[in-house]
Design a protein around this ligand. Sequence first.
Ligand code: SIN
Length: 335
Amino acid sequence: MFKSICAIAAGSLLLASATVQAASDKGTIVIKFAHVVADSTPKGQGALLFKKLTEERLGDKVKVEIYPNSTLYGDANELEALSNNEVQLLAPSLAKFEKYTKQLQVFDLPFLFDDLAAVNRFQKRAKGRQLLRSMEDHNIVGLAYWHNGMKQLSATKALRVPSDAAGLKFRIQPSTVLEAQFNSLGATPLVLPFADVFDALKSGKVQGAENPWSNIYSKQLHSVQPFITETNHGVLDYMLVSNPRFWYAIPHQIRMQLEGIIDEVTFEVNRQAEAANQADRERIAAAAGTQVIALNDEQRNAWRNAMQPVWQQFEGVIGADVMKAAQTVNRNKSN
Ligand code: SIN
């Protein structure tokens, strides 16, 4: 009896180790890619395209698992999970890296970039590319910039001039630049994770927010925000990041293929983001119960004048060189 129990136990042990052996012989690299938005957004589509191209070209060498809508990790814990290698790819919005580098705060400065094309030029130039490497001391390597779009202000009341925002509470991402931006309007900023925005707006915990059209539409934020002002006052873009200990341990040949795929996906995401946001803008404008408010030049200048003093406040921490480089990319000033 004892002999047969021992034989069964030894057999199970052998089977278990054979399975582990087989799994490691197979050597499939698993890349978990977590993000906080819907599949239909520019980032969501980029993640899905990365999975598709990787699995088509690398077969069972690499498996990509996508976790959208904060289903695996959210704003509160995703960067920590990356550093612990519990997730291998993320694409947080640039505002969410403030803890790791102050330089990326340049992207949060209001009215710094005229449009997404200007943002694109900055990201492609030397200074923008340098920022991809600005968090390596914190075990974060930037692989690419992905666009979402320009941000719009939404609220429970019509925002036509800056003083309309005074006294309202706005949800913000964890960024001291965005905090200062809303303070400059006499409004109260409140940091909340993206996953909580809809409920916070619906319950009245906050009365306003700033988002690109795609995030507003995919989360149906317009159903709880009767007024959206087309301010285009800032940008919401992403950095695709990994943990360098994981990324540089991928066998060279495979990593080169993955980086090639990332370049292709980046091109597609960035080519389609503007159109995707415009399509969502049209859907929102057509929806009952939400008014899209367009600003004339004079009104938009009033918002710019109210928010722009924030630049000076942050020049010391962001760096004059970074800010200067960013200011050269607008159409009327670019080469
Ligand atoms: C995202 O687009 O990833 C979310 C941005 C936000 O937190 O507002």
